[in-house]
Ligand binder design. Sequence first.
Ligand SMILES: Cc1cc2nc3c(=O)[nH]c(=O)nc-3n(C[C@H](O)[C@H](O)[C@H](O)COP(=O)(O)O)c2cc1C
Length: 328
Amino acid sequence: MELFKETYIGNMKVKNHFIRSATFEGKATEDGRPTEKIKDLYESFAKADVGTIITSYSYISDYEQPNKNQLGIYKDELIEDYQKITETVHRYGSKIIMQIVHGSSNSQGYKDTAKVLGPSAIEHPTSKITPKEMTQEDINNVIKLFVEAGKRVKASGFDGVQIHCAHGYLLAQFISPLFNHRTDNYGGSVENRIRLVLEIYHAMRKELGDFPIWIKINSSDEEDNGLTNDDFIEMAKLLSYQGIDAIEISGNKWNFHKLNERAYYKDVAMKLADMIDTPIILTGGLREMKDILSIYRNSHVQFFGFARPFVKDVHFIQLLNEQIGQYE
Ligand SMILES: Cc1cc2nc3c(=O)[nH]c(=O)nc-3n(C[C@H](O)[C@H](O)[C@H](O)COP(=O)(O)O)c2cc1C
C-alpha cells in the first residue's frame, strides 16, 4: 500500500508517509541535554518503521525553559550528543527532524529567573503571567536565536528543522489577535501577524540553504475573536509561496475536548492542500486506517502525524499496517 512506501516530503526522501509528531518526553537533563533514554526512545521508533521522527520541542535560548527536563538546542556544546542520536536513527533509514521553540507566558513555571517575552503585555489566562512586550531589539534577538538554533540542528545531523508556531508559544501568540495587540508592523493584519514568522524563516533559509525547514502552526485559536481558519489559510499560503518545505497543521491545544475527537483538523487541512503544493502534515486524532485512507484518497493531504498513539505503543505503524487489509 502506497502509504507504507518510500516517497518525498519536499526534497527529503522518507520511507513512508507516517510521522511521529513532536511529543514532550521530559527525559532530558535539567539543562536540556539529551539522555540515553531519549536516544533509546528515538531508536525504538526508527526500528519500528516510523518514517520521520520529530523530536519534542527544544528550547533555543539560555534565558527561558518552557518545560522541565525539556530538550535544549541553545548552545554548541549540545551538538555532539545530538549527533549520536541522529546517527543512530539514520542506521534504520528513518529521518529525524528537530522541533525548535521559543516559549512565552503559557509555559514558564519552571524557571523563576526566566525572561518572559510576548507580542503584547497581556496576562495569560491560565499561567497568569504577563510577558514583556517585545521591542524591535527583542524581535531581532529572537530571529537570531532561531537562526543559531537552526545551524546547530543542521550541524547535529538532523534531516530538517521544524519551527513551532502552535499551542500558545511565542510565535503562536504573534499570529493570534488574542495575544497580539501590537500597532506596529507586527500586529493587526494577517500579513503583519505572520511577519515575524516569515522573517525567522527567511533568516534561517539564508543560513541553512536547502536544508528542510518545516513549520507546525495553529489552524485557528478555536476561541471568539481569535485566529480564524481563514487567517490561517492566508498565512499558510504566504509560507508556501516563500518556500517552506512542509506545514504541519495543529490548533489550540488547551481546547481539551478536541483531544478525544477524530481527525479534527482534517477539513482545514484538506482545503489548504487543494490550494498549495507544499506538503501538508495532518496531525490530531488520527487512530484508524479507515480515516487516514479516506483523507489520503479524497484530498491532497499526503502525510500523517501521531503523538499519543506512539506514547501508547511505539509499534503503532505496524498496528496501522495490520488494519489495512480490512479497507483495501
Ligand atoms: C504528552 C504530549 C506532549 C506533546 N508535546 C508536544 C511538543 O513538544 N510539540 C508539539 O508541537 N506538540 C506537542 N504535543 C501535541 C502533539 O504533537 C499533537 O499535535 C497532539 O497530541 C494531537 O495529536 P494526537 O491526537 O496524535 O495525539 C504533545 C502532545 C502530548 C499528548
